[in-house]
Design a protein around this ligand. Structure first.
Ligand SMILES: NC(=O)c1ccc[n+]([C@@H]2O[C@H](COP(=O)([O-])OP(=O)(O)OC[C@H]3O[C@@H](n4cnc5c(N)ncnc54)[C@H](OP(=O)(O)O)[C@@H]3O)[C@@H](O)[C@H]2O)c1
Length: 288
């Protein structure tokens, strides 16, 4: 049985991905923010089928210490239940912010949650992913195409532009997937950016202002149900062969932005390693 870790698993796309993967016979470890929402999500899934194998862990993924702590719990679980192997990691957690807000570690929140948390979690779970010949999916967005990296002011500290910060975080997802493939395809790792399309979720109404809440409610009405993009994740993870290309959506392989190139990918990867105080590498432990 394949074990898959999904972040942002209590609502919207992440919850639908959990439901889809469980329906296809996977074992799912979902990550959420609060105990309350994790318990509610698990109960909802077990109502669909009480035999589903689903576990939730909770913590604030904006905080790097929490990402590392949760990864520790996941690794113990994988050792107990799966010989330490992880078939797939879905880095889906995300937020929208209307104002410049920082994490306890001083990083802009959209950059920290939408990009750095998945980057760090991938690093922490890299051994199990290599052992499991794993697939890493990042929930990106078509909006990554509307953005260039703002290298001079990566976290928009000088002039905060919330929408730019969001779009850039989605470009970061693409660049991370690109660089993981460049470095580790030889170790059997494959990473992808997923474009879920416009999806009816409440992302624009959580910790945002009245205006963003209002605009998002109007806009998201035209979106699809989260179960629609969830099928893409199901196909990418559960189909026997690993898909070609980097960027996928409901219609299959898609064209990504020209900004998704090696130069930008290497630069972002190195900056992110430094911001997370880590160095990616394939250790002996990963290969054993
Ligand atoms: N909706 C769209 O149209 C759309 C389009 C393109 C891309 N996306 C991307 O899709 C992903 C999922 O978004 P969604 O639309 O499904 O929104 P959502 O329903 O709000 O999902 C966000 C998830 O992240 C969790 N979360 C938020 N802050 C967290 C934190 N600090 N620590 C741990 N977990 C946290 C939320 O948990 P709680 O709710 O329990 O706090 C929830 O499970 C995001 O990366 C987003 O950028 C969405």
């Amino acid at each position: 049985m394949k074990t898959v870790v999904v972040t942002g698993a209590t609502s919207g796309i992440g919850f639908a991905v959990c439901a889809e993967l469980l329906m296809r016979g996977c074992r799912v470890i979902g990550l959420g923010h609060s105990k309350k929402n994790c318990r509610a999500a698990r109960e909802k899934l077990l109502l669909i089928n009480p035999a589903y194998d689903v576990t939730y862990f909770w913590g604030d993924l904006m905080q790097q210490t929490e990402v590392v702590r949760l990864a520790g719990r996941i690794k113990s679980d994988l050792l107990r239940n799966n010989g330490g192997e992880l078939a797939a990691l879905v880095n889906n957690v995300g937020c929208v912010r209307s104002w410049y807000m920082t994490t306890g570690e001083g990083y802009e929140q959209q950059f920290a949650l939408n990009h750095l948390s998945g980057f760090l979690l991938t690093h922490e779970l890299f051994g199990p992913l290599v052992k499991g010949g794993g697939v890493i999916l990042f929930t990106s967005s078509g909006s990554h195409k509307l953005m260039k990296m703002n290298w001079q002011d990566l976290m928009f500290q000088r002039r905060y532009r919330p929408l730019y910060a969001y779009k850039q975080s989605k470009l970061c997802n693409m660049l991370t997937a690109f660089e993981l493939n460049s470095r580790y395809a030889g170790q059997g790792i494959r990473a992808y950016g997923i474009n879920p399309g416009l999806v009816r979720t409440e992302i624009g109404s959580k910790n945002t202002g009245k205006l963003v809440d209002f605009v998002w409610k109007q806009r998201s009405r035209h979106g699809v149900d989260p179960s629609v993009p969830a099928r893409v994740y199901g196909d990418m993870i559960c189909t026997g062969q690993k898909a070609e290309g980097l960027y996928h959506g409901a219609g299959g392989l898609m064209k990504h932005s020209g900004e998704v190139n090696r130069k930008n990918a290497v630069k972002l990867f190195e900056i992110s390693e430094s911001l997370c105080h880590i160095r990616f590498g394939v250790s002996e432990e990963c290969l054993s």
